[in-house]
Every structure is written in structure tokens, then in C-alpha cells.
Design a protein around this ligand. Sequence first.
Ligand SMILES: Cc1ncc(COP(=O)(O)O)c(C=O)c1O
Length: 465
Amino acid sequence: MEDKYSVLDFTLAEAKKWVNEVDDRPVSSRLTFEELKEKISFPLNSTGIPAEDVVKHIVDSAKDGLLGSTGGRFFAWVIGGALPSALASDWLVSSWDQNAALYACSPAASIIEETAGEWVLELLDLPKESSFAFTTGCQLAHFTGLSAARSKVLKNVGWSVSQDGLFGAPPIKVFTSQHRHGSIDRAIRYLGLGNKSLQAIKTNDLGEILVSEFERSLQEFGGPKIVVLDAADLNIAAFDSFSELIPIAQQHGAWVHIDGAFGLFARASPNKKYLTKGIELADSWATDAHKWLNVPFDCGISIIKDKDAHREAMTIQASYIASDKIARDQIDWNPEWSRRARGVPVYAALRELGKEGVSDLVERTCKYCKMIIEEIGELPGAEIIWKSELNQGLLRFRDLKRNANESDHDVQTQKIINAVNESGVAFFSPTTWENKLAMRVSVVNWKTSEDDVKKTVEIFRKLLS
Ligand SMILES: Cc1ncc(COP(=O)(O)O)c(C=O)c1O
């Protein structure tokens, strides 16, 4: 039999080389923008070339321009790696190439995704009656949850968004934290509510929404309300006080949505679950499997307690959709039409780790985050800005010259981040916290080990002493 896919053998060898050697490679890109452009970007050829040459060229031209974000010493943004079974099953998803929009298009993919969704609900201990959808990321999980919220709070005042749109609708206000992630603002824009509908509420020193201010703000607005709370903000992993805020929101008829892009996974650990106390009272939750669960991009998860509101916001009717209603059709719950079965790697990751494995991953990464922050924090010029109970924290580096001011410390902080990244030993990203530049430490990769922590601290020691 002719092997039309022999290119996969070469690709497998290259992919294995990448994942196995990533920790021995520089974590940062070694090529400049111009160098990458020169290797990759040229006029499209008029005649084709063999598949193997195509893939070989992609591998050769890209490999030195990639980040080692699947390795153990990548601590920038919140970017998880890929567990072996999750990566392998992601390949299967591509090889099967099913359109997982409908049960009829792929019965097996449908059952795998449905099972994965049920396991996620169980793992995160969220209401069993909730519906779920595997979206491209937390951004679209916000869109999905807030879309249901928008329809429901307007329906409660006698307005149908699906029939009448938003022109002339009673204005909605969205109450949220001053530290919310930008994906909330964008979801609100996608939903046609406009960013002026957002009301940012001040937080206390721990980054939690001030309860009194929250209550007053809700009282002052008589129209339909949505509340968005943080289950770990991206800088200091602050959790809002759900058990105080959600009952207040409910008294005011508000829909409560949770941004739990990574923090929702604290619920998988018996020792960290307390951080999310009361979160189960919310109406919708958005999280990512491509962060802490370590499945490959892209995979977010939307969870919504009111199934009907979820379905009503997302469903589609077309005469050619053959639905025999044996199972849920993903098309009724997702913002996409055609879609890959991105829930399959979630099924795999959960099986590979089991509940205890996810808990261990969460606790291990929190421990390493604390070690990195405390050990670097002891070095000359380093200052701990934040050390959280979770997997995020902030460091800042002071310029030790006499009379140095805050802007000198900003410059020094960026200088140290650049120097570490250029060293290729580890990779970090900057952020702004209370108007000062800081270095974020985010640990979410299943591969990060004590040895990675040691190597990371060593490079800072070298640069700071
Ligand atoms: C707290 C928080 N919310 C939302 C998002 C957006 O997630 P995604 O990139 O999967 O859309 C992120 C991403 O870093 C995040 O950290």
C-alpha cells in the first residue's frame, strides 16, 4: 500500500526531538524579526513542492525562533505545557479531522468530549446540572458565559436579545474588578454592550473587590446587572470574596460570571480549594484547559448553570443540520460552527493525571512559585512585591545606585528581565502593579522541577551579584 503520509514519520521524529530537547535549548528565541522574515516569508511558489520538503522547511526555519514554553523554565504570562497524552491525543484529533460540531459528524468524538466535560464539572466541584462547552480559550468562554448572561438578564425585564437585538434594549451594567483581565472588556465589546457599560470596583490591599463599594454600586443601578468576579487575577492571583459578593449580587438579580482562567483549578486541590469558597454559587464560570491542565492550545471551557440560557444564547437552526438528538450537539453550546474536537486532549489529560494527579500538579507548581519568589527575593536588589497562595507572584529589582528613584527601579527591573530572557536559561514577562514595573512569576507547567527552580535562581544570582 502506498504511504501517502510518510511525511508524518519525519514530523514525529522532529516533534519528539522538540519536546524531549526543549529543556536543553535556550528558552527564548534566538532569531530576530528580520532573520525570521527572511527564512519564512517569501512569495508563494506557483508550483507545489513535496510534503516532506514543506515540513522540513517549517522545522528548519522556525526552530530557533520558538519559545521553550513547553519546558520547565518558562514562567511568563500563564502558559502551560502539554502533557504527553494530551499532546498525543491532540494529534489524533488532527488525524481524525472530525467536524465535532454534531454527534452525527463524529459519534465517538462527541462521547469523548461529553465525558470530558462531565469530568471537569466533577473535578472542579461545580453544580452537576451545569452545561459546558469547549471553546478556543477563556476569551471565548467569557463570550459564551456572558452571552447567556446578557440574554437572561434582559429576558428578566421582558426583552429578547435573540429577536430584538440590543437597539432600544434596557442598558445593562457589568460590575467587575479594577484588576479584571482585558478579555472581559473584549467579551463585553463582542456582545455589543460597549465598554462604558463596565463599572470597575476598587479592591482592597489583597486585590479583592471591596464588599461595601460593591453593594453600594449595585444599589445605585436599577437596571439589568451582570457581575464578573476574579478567581485569581493574573498578577497576584487574588480571589474575590465569593461567599460575600455572590449573595449580594443575587439579591439584586444580577448574573454572576467568574473569570477562572487558571484559578478555577485551585478547586482540584483539597489544600487550595478554600481560596474559591462560595464560587459554586455563581451562574457561569470560564476557565482554560490549555493553562493549568496542560493540554495543547487551544482549549478553553465555558460552564453555565442555567442550561436553557446557555443553549438559547448559542444554538443554531439550519435545515441541513442532521440532529438525531441522541446526544448533545456541540454546535448548540459553542460560539463556533465547524470545530475540532478540542475536548479530546482534556479527556486524555484528566485520565493521565487522575484527580490526585491534577491536585498534585496544582500544589507542586504553587510550591515552586513560592520557592522562586522567596529565593530570588533574597538576592541583592531584589524585592518581593507579591507572594500568593497560588502559582503567581511579583518581583521587582531595585537600582542600587544612590538616590535611585522608582523610575530607575522600573528600568532596572526591565533590564534584569531582558538579561534573564537573553540568557536563555529561563523566561519571564513584565507587568505593571500599582504603577510600578514588576516581573511576573507564573508557574503552570507540569514539567517544572526543583532542578528548574535551582537553575532559575542561579541565573538571577549571577546577574544580581
Ligand atoms: C485571568 C485571565 N483571564 C482570561 C484570560 C484569557 O484566556 P485565553 O488566552 O485562553 O483566551 C487569561 C489569559 O492569560 C487570564 O490570565
